[in-house]
Design a protein around this ligand. Structure first.
Ligand code: DC
Length: 223
């Protein structure tokens, strides 16, 4: 059986940074499920489908071919064979992903892909519903969070470093809105699995969070 670590939590909690490092330390593959939802959102935006067009999203998503490959340990997302990794982390794509990821058809398709990956390889997988829906039997489940303000500042810095013109207040509002959407949607809402360990990273460095997760993993391994 493969070993799986599930890391869930709201936008900007630091999941991907932490999950990538934990995967490196354990020689597991890091799977960023948010990037899959973003790739689907990019596809829908390119197809000029509106966020409000539920039926259109449901129909169009069936034709999107999303695959994951790893090169030097880094995940690349292929959309219809094209590496779209570099286009995924914009606010436009993120906002569309927040809406389209609530669609049952989109989720069915991507969850199946995620379960297949985790069945084939040892993974650290991050997302919103990994511990609750995708990998309910994961050996370690972490619910990683931080205050809205802390998360907004982190996202702001990340986007500024990439040269995007962004405003902190707008990002804070977007994060709040996205949290609401993610927590209140009908399909797989964001919530902490009963057997997940809650980690609040507001006052922690990345390395402290990584160390905490590795400690939990080692404790479970030897239990
Ligand atoms: O983590 P992120 O910002 O890259 O995620 C983009 C969107 O996809 C976000 O609104 C939540 C959604 N998502 C999801 O519904 N389920 C997941 N497992 C991962 C992300």
């Amino acid at each position: 059986m493969t070993k799986n670590i599930a890391i869930d939590g709201p936008a900007g909690a630091g999941k991907s940074t932490v999950a990538r490092k934990v995967a490196q330390k354990l020689s597991f593959i890091y799977v960023d499920t948010g990037a899959m939802y973003r790739a689907m959102a990019l596809y829908l935006l390119r197809q000029k489908i509106a966020a409000e067009d539920t039926a259109g999203i449901e129909d169009a998503c069936k034709a999107a071919d999303i695959t994951i490959v790893h090169q030097d340990g880094e995940q690349q997302v292929l959309l219809d064979g094209e590496d779209v990794t570099a286009f995924l982390r914009t606010e436009e794509v993120g906002n569309m992903a927040s809406v389209s990821s609530a669609n049952g058809e989109v989720r069915r398709k991507l969850v199946a892909l995620q379960q297949k990956l985790a069945g084939e390889t040892d993974v650290v997988m991050d997302g919103r519903d990994i511990g609750t829906e995708v990998l309910p039997d994961a050996g370690v489940k972490i619910y990683l969070t931080a205050s809205v303000h802390t998360r907004a500042v982190r996202r702001y810095q990340e986007l500024r470093e990439k040269g995007e013109k962004v405003f902190l207040e707008k990002i804070e509002n977007d994060i709040q809105k996205r949290d609401e959407q993610d927590k209140n949607r009908e399909n797989s809402p964001l919530r902490q699995a009963e057997d997940a360990v809650l980690v609040d990273s507001s006052e922690m460095t990345v390395d402290q969070v990584v160390e905490k997760i590795l400690t939990i993993y080692r404790e479970r391994e030897t239990a």
